[in-house]
Design a protein around this ligand. Sequence first.
Ligand code: GDP
Length: 302
Amino acid sequence: MVLADLGARLHGALNQLSRASVVDDTVIDALLKELCAALLEADVNVKLVSQLRTKVKAKVKKSLEEAEKAGGREANKKNVVQKAVFDELVSLVDPGTEPYKPVKGKTNVLMAVGIQGAGKTTTCTKLAVHYQRRGFRSCLVCADTFRAGAFDQLKQNATKAKIPFYGSYTETDPVAIAALGVEKFRKERFDVIIVDTSGRHKQESELFEEMVAIGEAVRPDMTIMVLDASIGQAAEGQSRAFKDSADFGAIIVTKLDGHAKGGGAISAVAATKTPIIFLGTGEHLHDLERFAPQPFVSKLLG
Ligand code: GDP
């Protein structure tokens, strides 16, 4: 079930609630059953779904008891249930921590990490374009020496987007490249320096050691994990493994335009207590959407 289907199903469940003439336990249970089934089918972690059910029920019960005392009507009950559902869906994608926000007039170093093929190189260029359009002087550093053609790809993307870049065809040490690139652009007073790092096919200790070494060399203001939404439930384990070694402060979920269910990425937020900052919605430079929990849930519910 892709994200749009999840939204349609959640919307349908809430619609059913609006149409009910009486809001009793049967109606609420039916709503929660449909809601949870939809989330599970979208790959959201079973524990999170079960917690959501318990929390919505508890919130509704408490609010209804309070409303009853105040002589509440059916319409209010519906609002109470709808609000509880909305709030709990928001907290599912809101870890409660604010991501780093680049500041103009200083050098902000952002470092992207993730598995090979997750969309790091593409996302780095998208990010550079995003900040450039908002008045930040942005540039790219290619510290991916593992994947053949990575530098060419970044160079091609950067050239197309008119973003200055740094990389090397001869230097094989990614830590040295990252350090040199960041130093050069720092001296040139760029506002946003984005460092693209190597991925591997899976999370391997060698990759983690390299990420830590690059991190120590460039001291990023924000490390961003690029997470491919199409890997489904595996997103949770993968993000945990990266968090343990790279300790990223933000997530960008890619490939949400495809057949990705998205629930795995949602579970990754709770597993790592890290906010999603953008969604990748296509292969083109401008296919990047800002992410914020409340607008996301509002849009999802339609
Ligand atoms: P890297 O190995 O992590 O640097 O991944 P790349 O940036 O090379 O991306 C791998 C593939 O995913 C490329 O074909 C990209 O065009 C594609 N890709 C990246 N982000 C998105 C996205 O948001 N949507 C879609 N459909 N494709 C994407």
